[in-house]
Design a protein around this ligand. Structure first.
Ligand code: AHR
Length: 513
């Protein structure tokens, strides 16, 4: 009898505990908060698989509908995303790219073997003009990743001159190639992964090289370069430390790469077929970006307390096995609601460090790794990650608003956990507050009670990303729109704030006035 009583009490207690709403407090009175750099929502396009050729670019003579060679469908999709910055031409590819091969009449451009990525032969029909004109069409900043590994200081210096000088021999050549006015190019990456595919260098050696490149890459005619040193991969804190000590005074930004990946040897797991444990493991690994960022930032703080140097997470995202039957060197993977969760949780982390993070570029924009769009011939689908980016657009350039959330954490490995709800907030230039709320729990809806320092909400509306399954994805053919944006009508204004219920495995953005 006593045992039955104890069991009943335990059951009632557990029901009461789970029924308890999660409290979210929004510190809308907090002052001196940083701006969330729009560039945190940046993209990355590498000459890799069908990212450029087939994904962004099909050429003017293609039967696939295009605008001056750029796929019309992809262009329109990307315009809707308000891409703030696009990094190009790599990645590993950048350190073997010779820009002169990609200018001038297309029929004269030499072909090249893309040795990093599957040995594919490319015709260089997408080069400097095609990239910079694409950025103009998208209304985004270009981010040029320069060749340090196999190029020369002169080659990169001349590239900068070609793109940005009003007059002089390089400008003359550009004009002959059809572009009268120079482009504005702000972001210049001095090498990529110089510790690995970008030259297998030691940080001391790279630092010395960086000094030479940074010296001769000049500012022409009002163009102001923002020079980015090739930074560490995830846990390599020594790389960051040495670079900061040696060349901190000469860099504007320092990059960092962090992939959500099981490991570099053997299988990385399927993008679409995974267990519940795999799912939580993936989120835990994605969220480990936070302690990694924190440690790199602590090193930056120690030499640069004024926060002059920006941290650019210029490659991040999920990395799974390639889709069966595709070229292993082309890194083509599908994209499910799990990927969208990774994106949203990662944005929430980036926002927390908005005072230091000046850019982030998901890898990559089309057909490679955690992409925005997938294409097959003339078909295109928007991925769940695309929709997560779309949902978070209001945070671009908005002022960060701190929040506190009482959600418990789910332990997913001995050292990693995933919060049952993750929240971020910002205030845009018109004064509207946006809250993005992630419920990563697969089987639990989350009841939330929102309170504010001062705000008395008068109006609240919402949009949501949720699918019929966590492994749902958009495929070519009749399942092209299986995962998409839905209206969210579950938020209610109360006397003390707002109440809402987040469905299991959902991402919601609220607009509050
Ligand atoms: O994004 C794919 C590759 O990952 C990039 O080329 C390289 O920089 C990184 O290792």
């Amino acid at each position: 009898m006593r045992a039955l009583f104890m069991a009943l009490t335990a059951l009632i207690c557990s029901v009461t505990v789970t029924a308890q709403p999660i409290e979210v407090h929004v510190s809308d009175r907090a002052t001196n908060q940083p701006t969330i750099a729009p560039e945190i929502y940046g993209q990355f396009a590498e000459h890799l698989g069908s990212c450029i050729y087939g994904g962004l670019w099909v050429g003017e003579d293609s039967e696939i509908p295009n605008e001056a060679g750029y796929r019309t469908d992809v262009l329109e999709a990307l315009k809707a995303l308000q891409v703030p910055v696009l990094r190009w031409p790599g990645g590993c590819f950048a350190d073997e790219y010779h820009w002169r091969d990609g200018i001038g009449p297309k029929e004269n451009r030499p072909r090249m073997v893309n040795s990093n990525w599957g040995g594919t032969v490319e015709d260089n029909s997408f080069g400097t003009h095609e990239f910079l004109n694409l950025c103009e069409k998208l209304g985004c900043e270009p981010y040029i990743s320069g060749n340090v590994g196999s190029g020369s200081v002169e080659e990169l210096a001349k590239w900068v001159e070609y793109m940005t000088a009003e007059d002089g021999p390089m400008a003359e050549e550009r004009k002959k190639n059809g572009r009268e006015k120079p482009w504005k190019v702000k972001y210049l990456g001095v090498g990529n992964e110089s510790w690995g595919c970008g030259g297998s260098m030691r940080p001391e050696y790279y630092s010395d090289l960086y000094r030479r490149y940074a010296t001769y890459c000049r500012n022409f005619d009002g163009n102001r370069l923002y020079k980015i040193a090739s930074g560490a991969s995830d846990y390599d804190f020594n790389w960051t430390e040495v670079l900061l000590k040696q060349i901190g005074h000469q860099m504007h930004g320092l990059s960092l790469h962090y992939y959500t990946v099981k490991g570099w040897q053997g299988s990385k797991g399927s993008a679409t077929e995974f267990t519940t444990d795999d799912y939580y493991w993936t989120l835990g690994k994605a969220l480990e970006i936070e302690p990694v960022i924190r440690r790199h930032i602590a090193l930056m703080d120690s030499v640069d307390p004024e926060q002059r140097i920006g941290l650019l997470v210029d490659e991040w995202g999920t990395w799974f096995d390639v889709e069966p039957g595709t070229n292993p060197g082309h890194l083509y993977q599908q994209n499910t609601m799990r990927d969208a969760m990774v994106a949203a949780l990662t944005f929430n982390v980036f926002h927390r460090y908005a005072d230091r993070i000046s850019m982030a570029n998901i890898a990559q924009i089309a057909n490679v790794l955690q992409s925005m769009v997938l294409t097959r011939g003339e078909e295109m689908v928007l991925t769940p990650t695309y929709h997560a980016f779309w949902l978070y657009r209001p945070h671009q350039g908005a002022t960060y608003v701190p929040t506190q959330c009482s959600a418990p954490e789910r332990k997913v490995t001995p050292t990693r956990s995933v919060p049952e709800v993750s929240v971020t907030a910002s205030r845009d230039k018109e004064g509207k507050l946006h809250l993005s709320l992630v419920n990563p729990e697969l089987e639990k809806e989350a009841k939330l009670v929102l309170s504010f320092d001062a705000l008395q909400p008068k109006q609240v509306s919402g949009t949501m990303l949720q699918a019929d399954a966590i492994d749902a994805y958009n495929d070519f053919g009749k399942n092209a729109n299986r995962v998409g944006i839905l209206p969210f009508k579950g938020a209610k204004i109360t006397r003390t704030g707002i109440e809402l219920t987040l469905p299991a495995a959902s991402i919601v953005t609220l607009e509050i006035e």
